[in-house]
Design a protein around this ligand. Structure first.
Ligand code: UT7
Length: 331
């Protein structure tokens, strides 16, 4: 039986570090409020000419080097992002071009904070069916160009950060290793609980000065409601994949949650009964990087020795849509 294994990971975050104290200069907020409510201390902002495909290119090159592979050995690119370089075409083709390869299929997916888990589900199916053998799965986000640096936009501006990370996935014949289960969910009744109202093709024109002036181009979120759903769905997503794979919470060696809020991660930890060393949290340094948050956390956790060969690793995500999901991987 073929399973999907993680061959290598790579990440890139922009150089510019933006502390909570810097944000105090743009809006009525405080380091204390941000840390207390979210756990975030700083985040990264992309340079003026730096897009999601630029960041993903560096992350991909780092993963390719770690894997001892050339870019032309990749036979499919899947990009999860809510902040594409352009309305169209997708970020995948810009990334493909920047990697110097051609004629590799590029699939952009729009599943926000759950993007990496949705992407993993797709990649896993592709690999198991033999459709592709080497998939570059990317999470990349540039939020800094969409936030509003004023008190009006403070509820979301302080939370989000920029960054990219990738995983190179491929088949393994080892029945004890690889992706054991992935499950994804969505509930469109809550689409407007966390969304970007404009630009939008449902509007005519799809962008106007009024929309910009009204702040419709920034993320709009009902934070309390999102929080309430996240703290139930994220542990449930782990329980679901454990059950599918015939495992218990005690079997988990590491959980990598989507990094939306330190308090959400703490509820996930408590709900699953995990000790501190079995959940990885790095939101302090990067804020919420949406589709990039799980692969960034995964990469750093591996680098720090938090995941060893043979470990049972869970991913869990929740976000705009609402979308949520979990995955279980035997490393
Ligand atoms: O990744 C996708 C999923 N996203 C999430 O999971 C986010 C889920 N939600 C959350 O993490 C939290 O709800 C937040 C961190 C967004 C907010 O924390 P909260 O404890 O739910 O605060 P709140 O929204 O209830 O706001 C409390 C107060 C409000 O003032 P009043 O109405 O009590 O006077 C806000 O206006 O804090 C105010 N506020 C701020 N104050 C200082 C909102 N944003 C800020 C800010 N600085 N940046």
């Amino acid at each position: 039986m073929v399973r999907t294994e993680f061959i290598a990971t790579g990440m890139y975050v922009p150089e510019r570090v933006v502390t909570n104290h810097e944000l105090e200069g743009y809006m009525d907020t405080s380091d204390e409020w941000i840390q207390q409510r979210s756990g975030i201390k700083e985040r990264r902002w992309a340079a003026e000419d730096e897009g999601g495909s630029d960041m993903a290119k560096v992350a991909a090159e780092r993963a390719l080097e770690a894997a001892g592979m050339e870019a032309d050995e990749i036979d499919c690119i899947i990009v999860a992002t809510l902040s594409p370089d352009h309305f169209f075409p997708g970020t995948g083709v810009f990334l493909q071009r920047k990697l110097g390869v051609t004629d590799v299929p590029c699939l952009d997916i729009r599943n926000q904070c759950t993007g990496f888990v949705y992407g993993l589900e797709i990649a896993d199916a592709f690999i198991k069916t033999g459709q592709y053998r080497r998939i570059l799965l990317v999470g990349t986000e540039v939020h800094s160009s969409g936030i509003i640096l004023s008190t009006e936009g403070r509820d979301t501006a302080v939370l989000f950060g920029d960054g990219a990370a990738v995983a190179i996935l491929g088949p393994t014949d080892d029945p004890d290793r690889g992706v054991l289960a992935v499950r994804t969910h969505a509930d469109g009744r809550y689409a407007e609980k966390l969304w970007g109202p404009a630009p939008a093709c449902v509007n005519k024109p799809f962008i106007s000065k009024e929309m910009i002036d009204e702040g419709l181009t920034r993320a709009h979120m009902d934070g309390r409601d999102v929080f309430k759903h996240a703290v139930t769905k994220m542990p449930a997503a782990i329980h679901e994949v454990l059950e599918v794979a015939g495992h218990q919470t005690e079997d988990l060696d590491m959980v990598i949650p989507h990094q939306a809020n330190m308090r959400i991660a703490q509820v996930v930890q408590k709900s699953l009964g995990l000790p501190d060393d079995k959940i990885y949290i790095n939101i302090q340094r990067y804020g919420n990087t949406t589709a990039a948050s799980i692969p960034i956390a995964l990469h750093e956790c591996i680098e720090e020795g938090g995941i060893q060969r043979g470990d049972l690793v869970g991913f869990t995500a929740f976000g705009s849509g609402f979308t949520w999901g979990g995955a279980l991987v035997r490393w």
